[in-house]
Design a protein around this ligand. Structure first.
Ligand SMILES: Cc1cc2nc3c(=O)[nH]c(=O)nc-3n(C[C@H](O)[C@H](O)[C@H](O)COP(=O)(O)OP(=O)(O)OC[C@H]3O[C@@H](n4cnc5c(N)ncnc54)[C@H](O)[C@@H]3O)c2cc1C
Ligand code: FES
Length: 267
């Protein structure tokens, strides 16, 4: 795709459905063909919530699935914006800015894909899995069973899914990193693992540090509060490390949200 083809635009999307998905999560399905046909896995859209008194700020959501006909996001109601979003009805219109961000790189042909997700981090990884020809392994973790999403969807695509919950209500009890470390200790891969991770900072950092220590490739999708989504307001900056060890600020919305694990400086 050309640079021009990747240019974000603002479009009016028609709501095809906006319904409960699983646990506290909802799926918003939009008809917005000018954006949906050209989204890469790991990119996101910036959604203006209609009727919200704070009309300036949009809310960022990863793309869960997109094709020529539909663009889907999977979201959790956590505050005012998502609460109002949950009340938008089928047939309504929403302003969407996208596609935004860089997205995940494709899996290196000489590597074995290992996806690690926490919470809604599973959404962009599901879209990534749809676009990955040879399935690998997914580790998905959460506090409790209702935080675990899309297991069947990954399994249908041929991925080996490992679930962990902190309270033991689904899968193995503990942290997703416990299950991952056990698996890494036992598996006999004929290729190095390559990690694709989306979730809370603690998870990103834990996997990022393992990648740096072992020399594995890792792509981390960072989550920052955002303003403009276009690289102008600097609300979303993250410290990175360059090839000579020099540090600099990057904008998660425009330079990311996906960064090489070895480049991210954790503070
Ligand atoms: C690149 C990107 C992709 C995202 N993808 C998804 C997704 O696929 N599904 C989904 O449910 N959410 C996603 N989010 C988070 C989502 O944008 C926020 O949950 C949403 O903006 C909250 O809006 P609100 O008005 O309901 O909450 P607010 O009233 O603004 O905040 C409510 C609570 O949520 C916290 N919060 C707000 N924004 C974020 C954020 N970016 N990260 C962590 N905590 C936040 C606030 O600190 C506060 O505690 C993504 C965020 C980014 C940056
Ligand atoms: S949100 Fe404005 S620069 Fe990233």
């Amino acid at each position: 795709m050309t640079e021009a083809g990747l240019k974000p635009e603002i479009a009016t999307a028609r709501v095809l459905s906006n319904a409960a998905y699983s646990g506290e999560y909802r799926e918003l399905r939009l008809d917005v063909t000018s954006i949906s046909g050209r989204v890469k896995p790991g990119q996101f859209v910036h959604v203006r919530v209609p009727g919200l008194s704070d009309r300036v700020l949009r809310r960022p959501f990863s793309v869960f699935h997109a094709d020529m006909d539909v663009l889907c996001v999977l979201y959790k109601v956590v505050g005012q914006g998502t609460e109002v979003l949950a009340s938008v009805e089928k047939g309504g219109n929403i302003s969407v800015l996208g596609p935004l961000g860089n997205g995940f790189p494709p899996v290196d042909e000489s590597a074995f894909p290992v996806l690690v997700a926490g919470g809604y981090g599973v959404a962009p990884l599901c879209f990534f899995a749809e676009h990955t020809a040879a399935p690998g392994v997914l580790f998905v973790g959460g506090a409790t069973a209702s935080d675990i999403l899309c297991v069947e969807r990954f399994e249908k695509m041929g991925w080996d899914v490992h679930v962990t919950t902190e309270d033991g209500s689904m899968g193995q009890r503990g942290l997703v990193t416990d299950a991952l470390d056990e698996w890494l200790g036992e598996c006999e891969l004929d290729r190095p693992p390559e990690f694709f991770v989306c979730g809370p900072d603690g998870l990103l950092r834990a996997i990022g540090e393992r990648c740096v220590l072992q020399g594995w490739k890792g792509s981390l999708s960072l989550d920052k509060h955002m303003g403009c989504g276009l690289g102008a307001c600097l609300a979303c900056v993250q410290r990175l490390r360059g090839p000579n060890g020099e540090e600099f600020w990057a904008r998660v919305c425009k330079d990311g949200p996906v960064f090489d694990a070895e480049k991210v400086v954790w503070q």
